[in-house]
Ligand binder design. Sequence first.
Ligand code: GAP
Length: 449
Amino acid sequence: MQRKHYIFMKKDENNLMEKIVSLCKRRGFVFPGSEIYGGLANSWDYGPLGVELKNNIKNAWWDRFVHRRDDMVGIDAALIMNPKVWEVSGHLQNFTDPLVECKNCHERFRADQIDLKAPCPNCGKKNTFTAAKQFNLMLKTFLGPAEEKTNEVYFRPETAQAMFVDFKNVLDTSRRTLPFGIAQSGKAFRNEITPGNFIFRTREFDLMEFEYFIPVPVHDDDWQAPFEMWRKEMWAWITQDLGIHKDHVHENDIEKAELAHYSKRTIDFEYDYPFGRKELYGLAYRTDFDLKRHYKEAPYKDSQTGEAFWPHVIEPAFGLDRSLLVVLLDAYTEEDDGKGGERVFLKLPPRLAPYKAAIFPLLSNKPELVARAREVYETLRKKYFVAWDDRGNIGKRYYAQDEIGTPFCITVDFDSLENGTVTVRDRDTATQERVAIDGLGGYLSAKLK
Ligand code: GAP
């Protein structure tokens, strides 16, 4: 059987992005936002299956990095913070992209993303670009009824600042000692000049990040060791939890001149998207830049020596929407079904799949089969998010579940009524085995680890 993993191909010859966008819309993973009003500038809504996949990724991240560690605590901070935060953090001054405008068609571009000597990509005219000016990416609004300068606030462009601003409160209430981290996931907003490529770059997106606080490094190795630890942990998350093939991800050690204003070293984890190799995640050494700016007095005291100081910070940052996109891209598989047709399935890690199993009565017009299948469904749904389907024939039901990545299909047939077993079909191999109904819970929990 021939199986195609399109992601290995350099160019998107097989229209993988188109297939993913279409599958997402058709099966309720992701829809264009405000579609009945003509959409809104690359905004996307997660549908019934998309929200499950997104929540499963978010929960797996929280589980790995917060619940299963002794050195991490979480917070959930207000999205709109005192504007002083952004002044002090340097975002008001430095969180910018270079913008040029075509004087002919007035389309705007990021100066670092186009060839300024070439004709305008929109209208085709030559020599029409204005000089580049720095454009601040923070999205502004007003708090309260008066649209006055004093009421101006910003939607956060990163979740990180709350971990710095809340540092002292977390420290006082959680009684942690260094090294330890503060994690958060939630919405971030950036007024991107050129959003695009589906959910890859949007103006509203979900971030998952943590700030990992370490003592003031005396030698370089003192920050390089925790940096390396998080580098390995990020690889483990990418390959084990998200199930991404390691060959699809590459590290890019960012050159000094390109570093963000707060970073001494950054590694970007880049993925081979069908539209090119681009950023997936970032790992930065933010030094004591942020804590020093926010706290006049050193916020941490060593319990042994009594010495007060500003801890340094390693920051792994993960885009949730990009995580979901690469999970879909890596999972999308087409296979010759051996009958002249093609089977499309999402080879999602079972833990991330929206439904863990689907339960079918072999025939929907046999009440005794439907009743027994319904019992199985009601029992399993107490522990797992499972689907019910009694429409069409079994082949069509398999096809529908394959396409949304359901790892197991459970069919109740006439033998089930006789001997208390069901067939369980595996998504990836399309093979079936008989399992006792009483043993289904154990079977699934072993497979879904
Ligand atoms: N606190 C550090 C920080 O925010 P970043 O590299 O600017 O770092 C972190 O952003 C991650 O957020 C990126 O690696 C990417 O996964 C995601 N991200 C950034 N901008 C995005 C956008 N416009 N749309 C979707 N995801 C985005």
